[in-house]
Design a protein around this ligand. Structure first.
Ligand code: PLP
Length: 427
């Protein structure tokens, strides 16, 4: 689809809601306002139909049988590898199917176990999701490597000066999120990758956690020049249980398969085995066939809308919300975390309200039909040590959210605060 103007985008995305059956329902008698998209996005009917189609028409294992159903399943399944590669400007053999971002990051870290040595250095940031933190913490513990953190400034951005001072010849891994799932910070990863490569003489692997960016903007892994880019289908309207590791071919050659079994082998003898070629050596066992194929329909669906249009509409919602929250911060005791500059901020907003616990906020908003997240958002060090709170509430938008939903949310947030102040609970 061509690129649309602001007014055209607002109109277009208002209509798109009809593609999502779940959004038609009411919660506690109120129209559902789903703004927990950072956790998982809702699913269009085409994707739901695709799962049913596979199970009712050609359910069969892939890469194995020579019968009609298996050939159809294999062909549909492998088509998704091509679609995924085209979606992010990679080559087919650079696409590994996993079960999600967490599994993908673990696949890379476990694959580097025999490469990382004592005294090597791994750099991550203080804003990482546990999936991109605990994984490297464990690799450091197992190998004796040193784990270093890029600091997060009070404005929610990475401390570039400090980051540069961490880099040296011992740096072997930089694993960083593209967009923070708590602060909504859009990290300038292209610039970061350039600096890292230059300062480490191209010896450091750059690993990008793309869980929060893949569904919100066009991604071109060649332009980024990252070694790995990892994401989950469910954050971009796809099913749960399917994720992607993009690995530059030369980087994939550096990691060792760590899950063994069928499909990942070439020859097996009683004493030894040889492994299949990349990427199949990283895909042991029967894969998640139905969900992979359904993910393919979502790639088509999003590509048809146009990732540029999605990115642009994200900005419209983000800008509108940023303007609205000024009053909440000034007059209602709200604190919003993360950058306030539109170019550095995605549609993810974490906040606290003086005197109200985040779990109470979630429960009360639920009574208004609004689905938000409360807690540490799988980023405990960031929440506790940087934001210095126990928990926060998070509103995260996607393209089926509307300006009128934002108006409704803002009104409800004001009600939550004033009722708490009066000591009168709403329900
Ligand atoms: N990284 C980030 C930034 C995330 O937001 C998430 C999920 O919330 C993950 C990693 C983990 O993704 P998954 O649970 O799909 O493996």
């Amino acid at each position: 689809m061509k690129q649309l103007s602001n007014q055209e985008l607002i109109k277009y995305f208002k209509k798109i809601r009809k593609d999502f059956p779940i959004l038609k329902q009411k919660v506690h008698g109120k129209k559902l306002v789903y703004v927990d998209n950072g956790a998982t996005a809702q699913k269009p009917q085409v994707m739901i139909d695709s799962i049913s189609d596979y199970y009712s028409k050609y359910n069969s294992n892939v890469h194995r049988g020579l019968h009609t159903l298996s050939e159809k399943a294999t062909s549909e399944y492998e088509k998704v590898r091509t679609k995924t590669a085209n979606f992010i400007n990679a080559k087919e053999e650079e696409i590994i199917f996993t079960s999600g971002t967490t599994a993908g990051l673990n696949l890379i870290a476990n694959g580097l176990l025999d490469k990382i040595k004592k005294d090597d250095e791994i750099i991550i940031s203080e804003m990482e999701h546990h999936a991109n933190l605990v994984t490297w913490q464990q690799l450091a513990l197992k190998t004796g490597a040193k784990l270093k953190y890029v600091k997060v400034l009070q404005n929610g951005e990475l401390d570039f000066k400090q980051a540069e001072s961490l880099l040296n010849k011992k740096t072997k891994i930089l694993a960083i999120t593209h967009i923070s799932n708590v602060l909504g910070t859009i990290n300038p990863i292209k610039k970061i990758i350039e600096i890292v490569k230059r300062k480490t003489n191209h010896k450091c692997l750059t690993i990008i956690d793309g869980a929060q960016s893949i569904g919100h903007m066009p991604i071109d892994v060649k332009k980024l020049d990252c070694d790995f880019f990892v994401f989950s289908a469910h954050k971009m309207c796809g099913p749960t249980g399917i994720g992607i590791v993009y690995g530059k071919y030369s980087a994939l050659e550096k990691i060792t398969p760590s899950i063994y079994g069928g499909d990942m082998i070439l020859e097996v003898e009683f004493e030894k085995s040889s492994f299949n070629k990349i990427p199949f050596c990283f895909e042991a066992g029967t894969p998640n066939i139905a969900d992979t194929i359904a993910f393919g329909t979502v790639i088509d669906y999003l590509s048809n809308i146009g990732m540029k249009n999605i990115e642009h509409y994200d900005k419209i919602l983000t800008k509108y919300f940023l303007d609205e929250i000024k009053d909440l911060e000034k007059n209602y005791g709200f604190h919003f975390y993360g950058p306030k500059a539109i170019s550095k901020k995605s549609a993810v907003f974490s906040f606290t309200i003086d005197g109200v616990h985040s779990h109470d906020i979630s429960t009360i908003l639920d009574k208004f039909g609004i689905a938000v997240r409360g807690g540490h958002h799988c980023a405990m060090p960031l929440t506790n040590s940087v934001m210095k709170v126990v928990a926060s509430s998070r509103i995260s938008f996607y393209f089926y959210n509307t300006i009128s939903e934002i108006d409704y949310i803002i009104n409800c947030l004001k009600k939550v605060k004033s009722e708490f102040d009066k000591g009168e609970f709403l329900f």
